[in-house]
Write a protein that binds this ligand. Structure first.
Ligand SMILES: [Zn+2]
Length: 110
């Protein structure tokens, strides 16, 4: 499409040099259409990229202890799942820590 636009532009300039205004206008309109189409495609591709899941969207895991009221938010790690044992509780020392929930924190809060 860019090549067609460039060729049409050259033909338009050539026609303008020959004082052929009608042909020049025709070629310039072709140039505008092709360039418009190209820029539209670029905008559409960029929009597609912005629709992809943002890497900035935070995933959080809620770690809860069944023996005490200990509750902690930690950033989601690969392999985390609900009810997964998290080991020793930092507050009471019992090995009763587990993941009670996983959620994503939208960085764009309304
Ligand atoms: Zn505890």
């Amino acid at each position: 499409m860019v090549i067609i636009g460039v060729v049409a532009l050259n033909l338009g300039i050539g026609a303008l040099g020959d004082n052929d205004t009608a042909s020049a206008l025709l070629w310039f309109s072709v140039v505008i259409v092709t360039l418009g189409f190209v820029s539209f495609s670029i905008v559409r591709v960029r929009r597609g990229f912005s629709l992809m899941p943002l890497p900035g969207a935070k995933m959080l895991s809620v770690v809860t202890c069944t023996q005490c009221s200990f509750k902690q938010m930690k950033s989601f790690a690969l392999g985390d799942y609900v009810s997964k044992q998290e080991g020793k509780c930092t507050q009471c020392g019992n090995p009763t820590l587990f993941i009670s929930g996983i959620f994503s924190e939208d960085t764009k809060k309304k």
